[in-house]
Ligand binder design. Structure first.
Ligand code: NOJ
Length: 732
């Protein structure tokens, strides 16, 4: 038997055996990834020896995998898909909140479970690899893809991404029907594109790359994440896919990536056509290989040119061998050469949309909700409300609720909201169902629509609000207002939504706003005027139930923001881990001074903020040592008391500040957190460990060091100074 087919041999041996049997054409073909659904790309399987397809499901996928088996060496295909918040491109699959939504849960287990559910459904579907998680830092709400991030904090992004990767990949290997390859993307600093313009240039210094943008990737690679995707954009003039420093020096050499790097969509073609760092597509292929890209997404010309470059002696075949070895090893590890090559309809039917999967998704929806304001109107008092008026198109819009990377998104090729409709509980449906159980009537008036300037039913909405005991206004954005190619310079409510809010407010009935949006919008009016505000970042298919549970007090909200809300787009960036600067806010010479003369320095809502129905109080911040020797970890403890009538979860946050350092550092940085369940009236002691390295910075020599000196250790309920207890330690 050929060694590569022999299951008794190690994957390494089988891979080496296969590699030495392959022609140059077969090898370069393994580096090719094409979308199956256009340009007759399915026909290229044999003529270009294609190794991978993306966005390919169902019959197409089955046909291609069967044909691949019949090729000379029978190398299986690896299929990749954007299963970003669930395997959403399959109508039978379970849909979770988006990454930004689920990040607000701060729940590691939940995020891991979301990955595990998605992996099970994707794998049963015959697909092996998801282009997720996103590790971009969401610092600019104008950017159309903020919904795909875990928010604005690099440390938290690393923690959450690591959980998601573990959920997708597990720890026990992928030769099974449960696990898939993860892909950390977009490597790196893609969210930093200038002015929130998607895929535009990013101007990020090496020090900032090392401080903020690479650490989350480093963490998941060292934890075993199987693949990375290179970002579209250029950093300081160097496109990510042309950067040896990013791909080879950092990922492959310094972190020892034990997998492969895929480009984003036509990154290699774009080196010539858009970024113009390659005079022609052949030069682009040369750059692609030398920089360290292993799999080339959607640049068909790469095949021909790379073969020519090797034959002409310009490219050393050993570089091709290295990439192909990485790709083949992934295929071996997935068991694709063995019994895990073909799935079955029975397996798909059993896995997709399983009951326990939907339960996990519903829980994720609940935990993603963030209560940002409550002037005592929630939860509704039993018997006090007979009629609720619900307004706003987002209260009954599947696409707005589910967000990007579900049906309706451009990659899915569907533009209506019929998909996932049957399984989605919109706010209208959820609220009606819950209210009717109490004998409460819900009247729905659309009133306004984020996409429709002409829809103006504000008078009707106000009239209905006058007749009600509570108005619930569901406003926000929807898919055409965010996503790839959909950045915004203005983050105000669109259509007649603002007019609608003002009209129902004027009716005088208590007003609860549900902000159902992909990301922070500039809503100072809501903060000022609503009696309650629930933030729901694309909260998933079952969110209508969860929001109704919050209104009726069945669910004590527990989410906290992982991203700051700007007052105005002109205030961006407003992330909490800012610098003190020179004209400092706390400069005694300039009391009360703000940096903008026309805008507060603080965001509208801050990172880490969110409340439940019970207030929590913090006391007794203690540290294990006041002086730390190099290498010593710090134990931190605090007591937290539930001062209210509702049992609930609190998210206890730990921040540090290096008081004086050789280079400037942010005013505070998150370095730990813990979710704790505290019963009404109970006090618990919360212990957190601060590993010594978490005190480090990148110095002027670009080395990571912990500098001696004093550090503030801050623990509390949000990133706001008023919410934090503080103590000081010294590092020797
Ligand atoms: C482009 C997007 O930037 C990336 O996130 C996605 O995974 C690929 N296309 C594949 O759809």
């Amino acid at each position: 038997m050929d060694v590569y087919k022999d299951q008794s041999q190690s994957y390494e041996k089988r891979c080496a055996d296969l590699l030495q049997r392959m022609t140059l054409e077969e090898k370069v073909g393994q580096m090719m990834q094409l979308p199956a659904n256009f340009d007759n790309n399915m026909d290229k399987l044999e003529s270009m020896n294609i190794g991978s397809y993306l966005h390919c499901t169902g019959d197409m996928m089955r046909e291609l995998q069967t044909r691949a088996e019949k090729t000379r060496l029978g190398i299986p295909l690896i299929f990749g898909i954007d299963a970003i918040h669930g395997h959403c491109f399959d109508n039978r699959a379970t849909v979770f909140p988006t990454q930004l939504g689920v990040s607000c849960s701060w729940n590691r287990d939940l995020i891991r479970e979301m990955g595990a559910v998605t992996a099970r459904e994707v794998r049963a579907n015959g697909i092996h690899w998801t282009f997720s998680p996103v590790l971009c830092v969401g610092r600019d709400a104008r950017w159309g893809r903020v919904d795909e991030t875990f928010g604005e904090d690099p440390w938290l992004i690393g923690e959450m991404a690591a959980e998601m990767v573990e959920g997708y990949q597990g720890k026990e290997g992928f030769a099974n029907w449960e696990k898939i390859l993860a892909c950390g993307k977009h490597y790196a600093a893609y969210g930093e594109a200038d002015g929130g313009r998607d895929a535009y240039e990013a101007d990020v210094s090496r020090r900032n790359m090392l401080t903020y943008f690479l650490p989350p990737f480093e963490k998941i690679v060292k934890d075993g994440c199987a693949t990375l995707m290179a970002g579209y954009q250029a950093i300081n003039g160097e496109p990510c896919s042309a950067s040896r420093w990013l791909l080879r020096d950092q990922a492959k050499e310094s972190w020892d990536l034990d997998g492969f790097i895929v480009t984003d969509w036509d990154n290699i073609g774009s080196l010539h056509t858009k970024q113009k760092v390659a005079e022609d597509l052949k030069e682009a292929a040369y750059i692609a290989v030398t920089a360290g890209n292993d799999m080339i997404m959607t640049t068909p010309s790469f095949y021909k040119h790379t073969i020519e470059l090797v034959k002409e002696g310009r490219l050393d075949e050993s570089m091709i061998n290295d990439s192909v070895r990485r790709i083949l090893m992934a295929k071996f590890r997935l068991g694709l050469f063995d019994e895990y090559r073909h799935t079955s309809p029975e397996r798909e039917a059993a896995a997709l949309g399983r009951e326990d999967h939907w339960e996990a998704a519903a829980q994720a929806s609940r935990e993603s909700l963030v209560l940002l304001k409550n002037e005592g109107i929630l939860p509704l008092k039993p018997g006090a409300v007979k009629t609720i008026t619900l307004v706003g198109a987002n209260a009954d819009d599947v696409v707005a609720q589910l967000g990007d990377w579900s049906f309706g998104s451009m990659q899915a090729g569907a533009s209506d909201d019929s998909f996932h409709r049957d399984v989605t509980v919109t706010l209208l449906a959820g609220l009606k169902e819950r209210a009717e159980r109490e004998g409460i009537t819900v009247n729905f008036v659309k009133g306004a629509d984020p996409l429709d300037e002409n829809l103006d039913e504000c008078d009707q909405a106000a009239a209905a609000a006058r007749e009600a005991d509570l108005t619930v206004a569901c406003v926000g954005d929807t898919l055409k207002l965010h996503g790839e190619f959909h950045d915004r310079a203005n983050l105000d409510l669109t259509g007649k939504q603002q007019k609608l809010l003002e009209a129902v407010k004027a009716a005088g009935t208590p007003l609860c706003v549900v902000l159902l949006a992909s990301k922070p919008l500039t809503v100072p009016w809501i903060k000022e005027n609503a009696d309650a505000l629930v933030c729901a970042f694309n909260p998933g298919a079952k969110a209508g139930e969860g929001i109704a549970e919050v209104l009726f007090g069945d669910l004590n909200p527990m989410g906290k923001l992982t991203i700051s809300f700007p007052h105005h787009a002109g205030q961006i960036p407003v992330h909490y881990n800012r610098f003190s600067g020179w004209h400092s806010m706390n400069d005694p010479a300039m009391p009360g001074e703000e940096r903008y003369i026309d805008m507060p320095e603080e965001p509208l809502f801050v990172f880490g903020e969110g409340m439940g129905f019970s207030p929590f109080s913090y006391a007794d911040l203690k540290v294990s040592k006041s002086v730390l020797q190099q290498g010593e970890d710090l134990e931190v403890s605090v007591s937290v008391k539930n001062e209210g009538d509702y049992d609930g979860w609190e998210i206890v946050q730990l921040y540090i500040n290096d008081q004086f350092s050789s280079l400037t550092t942010p005013v505070k940085e998150l370095r730990g957190f813990k979710r704790v369940y505290i019963r009404s009236g109970e006090t618990v002691t919360v212990d957190l460990t601060l590993p010594f390295e978490e005190l480090s910075l990148i110095n002027a020599d670009l080395q990571r060091v912990v500098e001696p000196g004093r550090f503030d250790i801050m623990v509390g309920a949000s990133s706001r100074d008023e919410d934090l207890l503080k103590t000081v330690i010294r590092v020797e």
